[in-house]
Design a protein around this ligand. Structure first.
Ligand code: ATP
Length: 516
């Protein structure tokens, strides 16, 4: 069937995705009956499945497909000194600023970054205009390096970025505020430039361990999963007889008291990370850094995204532990934003844990016949952000030939929460019993649903909205010749196939190996 894509863009798309996620059991605001809890969300029956499938796919690609990468599951609570050693107690801060009129709080770095993005968008506009004007003869590179207006914008961007980098390196918060004033950045709510001073705010949540409410019981909720890997580096290396280069991966919850958290599951206070720390010889880290950058972007594209959806963003301001860092950004409905970070963390963490714990965390390299502290290249992705990217890419509003409309989640088959739904055409004549028989056969292989409520058309729409790639319909002919119809979500095409072939047919399509 021919369809017209009516999917909105930008804010409207984002709004529609959020309500779709709620209506169809993907994501609910946490504690909703108590009016919610800011920047905390619960995954519903389909959301939990999709999230699990994404986690499993990551685990498979990173752990199972690499002989030299193993996975662990470390505890959320860790010895508080770990966070002193890692630098989080002293340096895991965001610069915050308030607007005195709207009383809204912002991250000063984000205000500046958004301002720079606006100038960058002006460059893109100039380039697009020129491309239309000059047609085939247009050379973007030459245009960008010679056009006076573009050069002027670029100069502005470089100046702001440089000033900001120096200010942050020197922890000069007065200068950060001055940049905001000089750039004439206004509060998006009040429109005013009435700003407070910039202050540093530590993002770690803390609590008490045990019953003594003294400082000694102070414990943090981990703000990243990586430290659980660093402190287990020797345990894993020795017990697994791992040889450098090797990796340790894990997935798990992380907690950050984010200052501004207004973007659904993009920025949460409780979220899940999937991280891999790759331990390498000192001096070889840049080679591995580039290797993992290229591997990871390929991985994202394997999830069915077009090339234009991702881009790299190299960090100007490096975290306290890194000598090189890049983000893989995704084109979310609200623009390109960080999805994954790839960081060359040097030997910072292992050295710091050696110093604070007094235990040696070195590796004996049999080929070099020497001991050294390995360098680390990490890949760190937020599972929730990945979820948002996948849902945003899959969500489509379509107008059909007959004038009706549907919302469909065109999820890759291997990720879909429900792979197939079995439906008796009617609730009588032995059709439900036959459908149940088929369902009982399929549930051993993948997640299936049985649905007999409402008209068949309504049932198809419901499954489209959930993203179920296959619907199996049992009708009177099934009882006669043992055939069913299989209906494909994306094309809405229907085929009549022998019942005994259904399981294999779907298994083939939902197999990770056959993802397209
Ligand atoms: P941002 O600049 O957006 O705050 P970050 O650079 O602090 O992110 P990292 O510390 O590199 O993020 O964390 C690695 C990954 O964890 C990020 O790429 C992101 O996908 C995810 N992540 C970080 N903070 C959050 C959050 N508050 N909510 C959801 N995911 C997050």
């Amino acid at each position: 069937m021919n369809t017209t894509d009516n999917t909105p863009k930008g804010d409207e798309l984002f709004k529609n995705i959020i309500s779709h996620c709620k209506e169809y059991g993907y994501i609910f605001p946490s504690s909703e009956i108590y009016d919610g809890l800011s920047a905390v969300y619960d995954y519903g029956q389909y959301g939990a499945e999709l999230k699990k499938n994404l986690r499993d796919y990551w685990w498979k690609s990173m752990v199972q497909m690499h002989e030299n990468i193993v996975g662990i599951d470390s505890a959320i609570f860790m010895h508080p000194t770990i966070w002193k050693a890692s630098g989080h107690v002293d340096a895991f801060n965001d610069p915050l600023i308030d607007n005195k009129d709207s009383k809204k709080r912002y991250r000063a770095d984000v205000l500046i970054e958004d301002h720079v993005n606006k100038i960058d968008a002006k460059i893109t506009k100039e380039v697009e205009k020129a491309a239309t004007r000059f047609g085939d003869s247009f050379n973007e590179e030459t245009y960008r390096s010679t056009n006076p207006r573009v050069l002027e914008y670029q100069k502005k961007i470089d100046e702001i970025n440089n000033r900001f980098k120096i200010a942050m390196d020197n922890n000069d918060l007065i200068e950060v505020k001055q940049i905001i004033i000089d750039c004439e950045i206004v509060c998006p709510i009040s429109g005013s430039r009435n700003w407070t001073d910039v202050r540093q705010f530590n993002l770690m949540f803390s609590t008490q361990m045990g019953s003594v409410s003294e400082d000694s019981g102070l414990i943090y909720l981990r703000p990243e999963t990586a430290q659980g890997i660093f402190v287990n580096f020797l345990n894993v290396q020795k017990s697994g007889r791992m040889k450098i280069p090797f990796g340790i991966a894990q997935t798990g919850k992380a907690f950050r008291n984010e200052i501004v958290a207004r973007q659904f599951i993009f920025r949460m206070r409780e979220f899940e990370q999937m991280e891999m720390q790759y331990f390498v010889r000192p001096g070889e880290e840049m080679e591995w850094y580039n290797y993992w950058k290229s591997e990871r972007i390929k991985w994202h594209r394997s999830l069915g995204f077009s090339e234009s959806k991702h881009r790299f963003h190299d960090h100007l301001k490096l975290a306290h532990y890194a000598n090189a860092a890049a983000d893989i950004e995704y084109d979310f409905p609200f623009g390109f934003k960080e999805l994954e970070g790839i960081h060359s963390r040097t030997d910072f963490d292992l050295k710091a844990h050696e110093a604070f714990s007094g235990k040696k965390l070195q590796y004996f390299d049999p080929e070099l016949n020497e001991n050294y502290t390995p360098y680390v290249v990490e890949t760190s992705i937020g599972l929730d952000r990945l979820f948002l990217a996948v849902i945003s890419n899959s969500y489509h509003e379509e107008k059909l030939e007959d004038g009706s409309e549907r919302v469909v989640l065109r999820l890759p088959d291997f990720l879909a929460p429900v792979k197939a739904t079995v439906m008796p055409l009617m609730k009588k004549d032995g059709l439900p019993e036959k459908a149940r028989e088929i369902m009982d056969m399929l549930v051993w292989d993948y997640n299936c649903q049985y649905d007999e409520k409402d008209s068949i058309g309504k049932r198809y729409r419901r499954q489209d909205a959930i993203g179920t790639p296959f619907c199996i319909t049992v009708d009177h002919q099934t009882l006669v010749d043992q055939t069913v119809t299989i209906r494909y979500r994306d094309s809405m095409k229907q085929d009549r196939v022998p019942t005994y072939t259904v399981s294999g047919l779907i298994a083939e399509k939902v197999n990770i190996k056959n993802r397209s």
